[in-house]
Structure formats: structure tokens, C-alpha cells
Write a protein that binds this ligand. Structure first.
Ligand code: XMP
Length: 331
């Protein structure tokens, strides 16, 4: 539309003016906000932008490949894929406590990020996907005491000794819906623009207890089925209502892997394997949430597919607790 075009034009002009001939670095997570900043900067300054994608190995199935595809094939930026999977696996090997997982994952992100940043010549700016509500909350997210480390308010960025970048925050006067509209207008695919919220620490906080390669594999495969089935369910609701934010659609949905096993039977064999917990909630701001009253057919399909298609799983349970008193995540 005309207004969207002029908003983009104004933002592009402002970025060009601020950046001049300098280089910009951005931590790309694959989330909506950082992706829209990347797309906007791509239009404004092209290869003067370096996108650093720190792959902690804790993203959902196929996500790293999808992010790389979009920002190497579709947008003409300098894209650095940091394969940090092994380093994160080693750091998390014995960690059980949820907040400790968060601290380790958050601080390692900045180590990985600055190690790339310091190797690049002439980087003057760090771009961030700070949006207007982030500023209002000043980074102190009231989500049961869990703070978002990656999107902490800018003065909390732990610059190493002697390192400083000026900040570019082109989304700092936009609300989430406006950021999504911008993303669509800039040509970002729907799977990024309409991505459900996903925590910075990723699947590590959906694996109860220690994170191992085996558990990650199980969770990724189960979660892929949950997303496939509930994406399709949401698409049907969207088709019927024409409203992406319909009260009937599910807001956030994922699989959780607890660290217990239970007995099952398959053929004539007794199995002793993990259960998967399905979590699906309706919410508008994550402060409160209702467990989603999904149709039995949907629950049946999800359960049937997970036990049939994911080795190592013999049971599926549905979390029927709202927030409060539970949180949306299990850790
Ligand atoms: P809870 O579990 O507190 O989650 O009800 C509320 C919302 O916040 C997300 N969440 C996080 N996001 N870093 C993030 O970036 C985190 O450490 C984190 N913990 C929870 C959660 O997915 C939900 O949307």
C-alpha cells in the first residue's frame, strides 16, 4: 500500500543517512524482529550489512536451513552462519536448572557474536530488532522472572572491554503487527513473518533435565509434527474467519520432552520410552494464557503420528493447565 511504501522509504532513507559508508552488524535469530531489520537494512545498505546467525543447535527442525536460505538467496547481505552446536552441547552437558540453561545460552550468544564482530573490519554499528513495546518494558520482561537476554534493552548489551558499536534500532517505534506488515511488504516469507513466539534458549528449555543429542533429535521430530498439524488447523480457522488473530486459533504450540520413561506395548513387544507432552495455548500477550480446547480429532492425529513416526516415544500427554498458575513453557 501507499503508506507501507512510504514507511519503508522513510526507514531506508534514515538508515542510509545514519550509516553512511560504514558497516553494520546484526545478530539474526530467525525471529520476526531481527529478520525484518535484516530485510530493511538489506534494502537500505545491501552488503554493508553482516548478519551473524549463531546456530546453537537448539532451533526447531529445518529452521537453520530456512534462515540461511532466505538471507543468502533472497536478500543480498553478507551472511555468516556460526556453527556453535558443539560448543553449546559441551556447555550444557550437565546442566539441569532452567535459569542456568538460560544464562549459559545467553552469555555464549554474545561471545559467539562478538568473536565474529571483532574479526570484521570497520564495523561501526550494531543493528537490533528492538520494537516499541520492548522499550516500554525496558527489557524487564515480566514473564515470571524470565528475562529475554537476546533482546535486553540496549544498555545491557555486554560489550567486551574496549569494544563499542553505535546502535541502529529501525523498529523502535513500531508495534508487532506493524513489524509483521513491514516484513511482508519487504518480501519476507510467511513462515518468518507469522512465526509463533519462540524462546531465545530454544529447545533447551523444552527438554526437562539435561540436553543430549538423542533427546534433541526426539524433540525436534515430535515438535515438527505438532507444528505441521497445528499450522494446518490454524490455516483452516483463518480460512473460515479471515482473521489471523481469531480467538479460535492457537497462539503458541509445541512439544515438551520430560525426563521420565513409561511402559508401552508395540506389536508383541514391551517398550520403555519417553512420553511427549503437547502444549498449545491461546493468548494475546503471553502474560496469561488458556490451554487450547482443541478438537479431539486434532489431538488424535497429533498423538497417533508422534508415536508412529518418532522413534523413542510411546505416549503423548496433553497439558490442560492455563497460565497462571502454570507458565507456557515447562522451564
Ligand atoms: P512463560 O513460560 O513465562 O512464557 O509463560 C511466556 C512467553 O515467553 C516466552 N519465553 C521466552 N522468550 N527467552 C525468550 O526470548 C526466554 O528465556 C523465554 N522464556 C519464555 C515463551 O515462549 C512464551 O511465549
Amino acid at each position: 500500500s501507499w503508506t507501507m511504501d512510504s514507511i519503508i522509504e522513510d526507514s531506508v532513507a534514515a538508515i542510509r543517512e545514519q550509516v553512511g559508508a560504514n558497516r553494520v552488524i546484526l545478530g539474526l535469530s530467525g525471529g520476526v524482529d531481527s529478520s525484518v531489520v535484516a530485510a530493511l537494512c538489506a534494502r537500505a545498505i545491501g552488503k554493508q550489512l553482516t548478519c551473524v546467525f549463531v546456530n546453537h543447535g537448539l532451533l526447531r527442525k529445518n529452521e537453520p536451513e530456512e534462515v540461511e536460505e532466505v538471507f543468502t538467496k533472497q536478500f543480498d547481505v553478507d551472511f555468516v552462519h556460526v556453527h556453535a552446536e558443539d560448543r553449546y552441547a559441551a556447555l550444557l552437558a550437565d546442566v539441569v536448572e532452567p535459569e542456568q540453561k538460560r544464562r549459559i545460552i545467553g552469555s555464549q550468544f554474545w561471545k559467539e557474536f562478538f568473536s565474529v564482530a571483532q574479526d570484521l573490519d570497520g564495523v561501526k554499528f550494531l543493528a537490533q530488532g528492538t520494537i516499541y513495546p520492548d522499550i516500554i518494558e525496558s527489557g524487564a520482561r515480566k514473564t515470571g522472572g524470565k528475562a529475554s537476554t537476546i533482546k535486553s534493552h540496549h544498555n545491557l548489551i555486554p560489550f567486551p572491554e574496549g569494544v563499542h558499536f553505535d546502535l541502529i534500532e529501525p523498529l523502535d517505534h513500531f508495534f508487532k503487527d506493524e513489524v509483521r506488515a513491514l516484513g511482508t511488504a519487504l518480501g519476507l516469507p510467511d513462515h518468518i513473518v507469522h512465526r509463533q513466539p519462540f524462546p531465545g534458549p530454544g529447545l533447551a528449555i523444552r527438554i526437562i533435565g539435561t540436553v543430549t543429542r538423542e533427546k534433541l533429535e526426539i524433540l525436534k521430530n515430535a515438535d515438527a509434527i505438532v507444528r505441521e498439524e497445528l499450522d494446518a488447523y490454524n490455516a483452516r480457522i483463518f480460512e473460515e474467519t479471515g482473521d489471523r488473530n481469531s480467538e479460535r486459533s492457537v497462539w503458541q504450540y509445541f512439544a515438551v520432552l520430560p525426563d521420565i520413561k513409561s511402559v508401552g506395548v508395540m506389536g508383541d513387544e514391551r517398550t520403555y520410552a519417553y512420553p511427549i507432552i503437547l502444549r498449545a495455548v491461546e493468548s494475546s500477550d503471553a502474560m496469561t494464557a488458556d490451554w487450547a480446547k482443541l478438537p479431539y480429532e486434532v489431538l488424535e492425529r497429533v498423538s497417533g503420528r508422534i508415536v508412529a513416526e518418532v522413534p523413542g516415544v510411546n505416549r503423548v500427554a496433553y497439558d490442560i493447565t492455563s497460565k497462571p498458575p502454570a507458565t507456557i513453557e515447562w522451564e
